[in-house]
Design a protein around this ligand. Structure first.
Ligand code: 0WD
Length: 254
């Protein structure tokens, strides 16, 4: 029963119970999806395992997107577990905290490259592997932010990486459309998560959104999760290449 009954999905990027990926996992499970989850490193394993148990999800192992072998292992495990995949969620981003403050112009070549690789290229690397498991079509989803479209204070190199990620959503949508695989992004409003706590003045950004968004509040991870269900389930079967704002309307005024 549910909008996602019979669908098998891989969700990457849960760090703890505040993660956007956790909101998405909970919403998909509530709609009947079977879920495989990954964690990055042993410290997060201890957090992800009990969360997986709450949903009856399977932990398919450690995955660091900078380590190809760990990516291959996770997809091999999904193949063994399900024999295929119907949806994929990529909720992964990283940049050196010191460069999520101050001026974009001060970005180093090293951090620029790493930020781009982890926050943008990894979605393509994952899509390459997921394509092989999506024999009956499927839906892929990544997470982006308004800092891709407009300059947001302190978002800096991450904004540049998100702009590239949004462009890659469009290219992937064309590459995979013929196979009935859809590729979309949710542009979420600011939410207090582990990753967000690295961004300078984040509390101010939250308040600013609260005062200025049409709905006069910020979004929750459960609300992002429910919007994800639309894009990941057959409800969104004619939607691809889209960047869908789930931000209490902030993008129409910001
Ligand atoms: O306001 C926000 N929180 C927004 C977040 C607004 C709009 C978009 N997003 C995006 C983020 O940029 C990211 O793409 O949503 C996605 C999920 O982020 P989150 O839920 O805000 O953050 P968090 O709970 O910290 O999860 C991100 C996780 C990492 O956590 P930490 O904080 O430990 O870096 O991404 C994972 C990791 O688990 N991650 C990696 N996974 C595999 N390989 C890697 C990596 N190399 N690096 C980070």
């Amino acid at each position: 029963r549910g909008l996602m009954a019979g669908k098998r999905g891989l969700i990457m990027g849960i760090a703890n119970n505040r993660s956007i990926a956790w909101g998405i996992a909970r919403a998909c499970a509530a709609e009947g999806a079977a879920l495989a989850l990954t964690y990055q490193g042993d410290a997060l394993r201890k957090r992800v395992e009990p969360l997986a148990a709450e949903l009856g999800a399977t932990v398919v192992g450690h995955c660091d997107v900078t380590d190809e072998a760990s990516l291959d292992a996770v997809f091999a495990r999904c193949g063994d577990l399900y024999g295929g995949l119907d949806f994929l969620v990529h909720a992964i981003a990283f940049s050196d905290k010191d460069q999520l403050d101050g001026r974009y112009i001060d970005t180093t070549a090293d951090n620029f490259t790493r930020t781009m690789f982890i926050s943008c290229y990894s979605f393509t690397a994952i899509a390459q592997r997921a394509e092989k498991l999506m024999q009956n079509g499927g839906s892929m989803l990544t997470l982006t932010y308004y800092g891709a479209e407009k300059v947001m204070p302190h978002y800096n190199v991450m904004g540049v990486a998100k702009a590239a990620l949004e462009a890659s959503v469009r290219y992937l949508a064309v590459d995979l459309g013929g196979k009935g695989i859809r590729v979309n992004a949710i542009s979420a409003g600011p939410i207090k998560t582990l990753a967000a706590s690295g961004i300078g003045d984040f509390r101010y950004i939250l308040k600013w959104n609260e005062y200025n968004a049409p709905l006069k509040r910020t979004v929750t991870i459960d609300e992002v999760g429910q919007s994800a269900v639309y894009l990941l389930s057959d409800m969104g079967r004619a939607v691809t290449g889209e960047v869908h704002h789930v931000d209490c309307g902030y993008h129409v005024v910001g």
